[in-house]
Design a protein around this ligand. Structure first.
Ligand code: F6P
Length: 320
């Protein structure tokens, strides 16, 4: 394979730039040409491509967001959009495509592969960590670290006023950001889509912690359950303690990627190009038990995300 394309699609995630860098540099190492597609699949449909060289990816390893920009593109779900995307690839002589994105982006790649025979490699780039086939997605670690930092600050003021802080984190339908943030920030309670909650139980846990000498509480709510505001209102009706809500929002999608995300980006990007170089397409890359793996894209997108109940129980036991 002599010429490949590269795009970022869906919600951006810290580490996408580092992955772009790894893809471009690996491809150049093997003597392949790379075209960066701007604005995800929308740019592929509209033929917005830029040739990438060694210097195009300088000074980006530490930056959040994506230098190629991104979009959620519904047009690719229609036959006309797909045909235009494929026409761009053919016109530019692009033989394989690396797609950095989440579940929806992989479905787009799968469709180009299945219906038009374009070899694609998916790199999991989303803060949500909602893909079953990989232990971690790119951006998740940075997002959780951002949430931890914000909770550290909230804790100061909540303690001073002896309040309960309800903090909303992202994740779409997946509770992983809430679970990992909850455990690592010392939150007493997490509310996630995977486990039904009971307000009496929440109040009981708060009262028990206060009785044992705590002055404040942190509750992390995943956006897939409800907003922090709505949860705080419900809770305020049944507790004597003062409740405040905070929605972290898009702040958790930005910022310089952590070491863990930069390392994943380097390995995912490198692996993706090595596969294409060997003429292998229709795969996704990921990490399982600390090993970089690749898997059939169709199989990967059909796997249902499971929740780590053991970690959830750990939180229940250690956060009192
Ligand atoms: O998929 C990443 C994500 O940040 C989700 O956690 C969130 O539900 C969604 O994207 C928000 O999308 P938007 O940036 O379009 O508001």
């Amino acid at each position: 394979m002599k010429r490949i394309g590269l795009l970022t699609s869906g919600g951006d995630a810290p580490g996408m730039n580092a992955a772009i860098r790894a893809v471009v540099r690996t491809a150049l190492y093997f003597g392949m040409e790379v075209y960066g597609v701007e604005r995800g699949y929308a740019g592929l449909i509209d033929d917005e491509l830029v040739p990438m060289n060694m210097r195009s990816v300088s000074d980006i390893v530490h930056r959040g967001g994506t230098m190629l920009r991104t979009a959620r593109c519904l047009e690719l779900m229609e036959k006309e959009g797909q045909e235009r995307a494929v026409a761009t690839l053919r016109k530019r002589g692009i033989e394989g495509l690396v797609v950095i994105g989440g579940d929806g982006s992989f479905r787009g790649a799968k469709c180009l592969t299945e219906n038009y025979g374009i070899p694609t490699i998916g790199i999991p780039g989303t803060i949500d960590n909602d893909l079953e086939y990989t232990d971690y997605t790119l951006g998740f670690d940075t997002a959780v670290n951002t949430c931890i930092e914000i909770i550290n600050k909230l804790r100061d003021t909540m303690n001073s006023h002896e309040r309960i802080s309800v903090v909303e984190v992202m994740g779409r339908h997946c509770g992983d950001i809430a679970l990992y943030t909850g455990i690592t920030s010392g939150a007493e309670i997490i509310i996630v889509p995977e486990v039904p909650y009971n307000m009496d139980d929440v109040v009981m846990r708060i009262n028990r912690s206060r009785a044992s000498g705590k002055h404040s509480n942190i509750i992390v709510v995943a956006e897939g359950v409800m907003s922090a505001d709505a949860f705080a209102k419900q809770l305020q009706n049944v507790t004597e303690y003062s409740v405040r809500s905070t929605c972290i929002g898009h702040i958790q999608r930005g910022g310089s990627p952590t070491m863990a995300d930069r390392m994943l980006a380097a390995q995912f990007g490198n692996k993706a190009v090595r596969l294409l170089k060997d003429g292998i397409g229709n795969r996704v890359v990921g990490i399982r038990q600390n090993k970089i793996i690749d898997m059939d894209i169709i199989e990967a997108v059909s796997m249902k995300k499971t929740f780590n109940y053991e970690l959830y129980e750990t939180l229940q036991m250690i956060s009192m």
